[in-house]
Design a protein around this ligand. Structure first.
Ligand code: NAP
Length: 273
């Protein structure tokens, strides 16, 4: 048995063996917020397939149960809990549940966002701004602050923020949301140098239009989708798995020299600040 395993390993090229171990997240514990659907679920899947123990969460228990069952059916090590990231007590519960059930924290993917407003930015109200900034920006920072001491105990970790192409070029009708996504680019850069001292890398992913419920207005109508495709080099809307894989890469040893960076994953939409 031992001899045949050795023979197999010898037959695998060295470069391949190295990349297998560097992309592995075995033994890591990963919190992914808003992970019962769309990009968050795909990120949980990608991290779990690389061996991480993943913690899925969102506001609704029924959604959490469904996501846990799906990931378990794919042999992913997973637990789930409800967490509305806009609520301090929920964020604390998410972290404590993770520590109690998984024994530590190595990865935080801060993926949750809301957009309660569509229209001219001058018509947006203080309530709209409070809600968007609280959930999309402040919660991302406060969760990072909560998990940081636990990553330090593990000798380091990874934080990933999910921004948007709208953070580079505000989308029409989505002014406050777009501004919140630009803020995440700044947050990534502000945190990276401070957390590098603790061996924590901080990176960000800025998706283009990805096929999820959140963006359905952009791809469910054929005319709107055709107009959108004109802005893309790759003439299709992205899939959540195409963001999940990039997130898992950024959390892996393959990305060990990347921090303070935002990776745009847009099918070739132009992104410039
Ligand atoms: P989605 O498919 O609609 O999924 C949204 C998820 O968020 C659900 O699991 C939902 O579950 C959860 N959720 C909503 N509000 C929450 C809150 N306050 N706290 C915790 N969980 C919450 O959305 P998505 O498209 O994957 O979007 C995920 C991220 O990608 C967002 O940050 C979004 O801005 C970004 N993004 C998306 C696109 C795109 O084209 N789809 C493009 C660029 C960026 P519950 O209802 O159970 O809470």
């Amino acid at each position: 048995m031992m001899r045949s395993a050795l023979r197999f390993l010898r037959s695998v090229p060295v470069a391949c063996q190295r990349s297998m171990s560097q992309s592995s997240l075995a033994g890591k514990v990963a919190i992914v917020t808003a992970s019962t659907d769309g990009i968050g679920l795909a990120a949980a899947q990608a991290l779990g397939k690389r061996g991480a123990h993943v913690v899925v969460s969102s506001r609704r228990q029924a959604n959490v149960d469904k996501a846990v069952a799906l990931l378990q059916s794919q042999s992913i090590k997973v637990i789930g809990t409800t967490c509305n990231v806009g609520k301090g007590e929920d964020r604390e519960k998410l972290v404590q549940t993770t520590l109690d059930q998984c024994g530590g924290i190595d990865i935080l993917v801060s993926n949750a966002a809301v957009n309660p407003f569509f229209g001219n930015i001058m018509d947006s109200t203080e309530d709209v701004w409070d809600k968007i900034l609280a959930v999309n920006v402040k919660a991302a920072f406060l969760l990072t602050k909560l998990v940081m001491p636990h990553m330090v105990k593990r000798g380091g970790g990874n934080v990933i923020f999910v921004s948007s192409v709208a953070g580079y070029q505000p989308m029409q009708g989505l002014g406050p949301y777009s501004v919140s996504k630009t803020a995440l680019l700044g947050l990534t850069r502000a945190l990276a140098p401070e957390l590098a001292h603790s061996n924590i890398r901080v990176n960000c992913v800025a998706p283009g239009v990805i096929k999820t419920r959140f963006s359905s207005a952009l791809w469910q109508n054929e005319d709107v989708e055709d107009e959108l495709k004109k802005q893309l080099c790759i003439k299709r809307v992205g899939e959540p798995e195409e963001i999940g894989g990039v997130i898992a890469f950024l959390c892996s040893e393959e990305a060990s020299y990347i921090t303070g960076e935002t990776v745009t994953v847009t099918g070739g939409m132009s992104c410039r600040l």
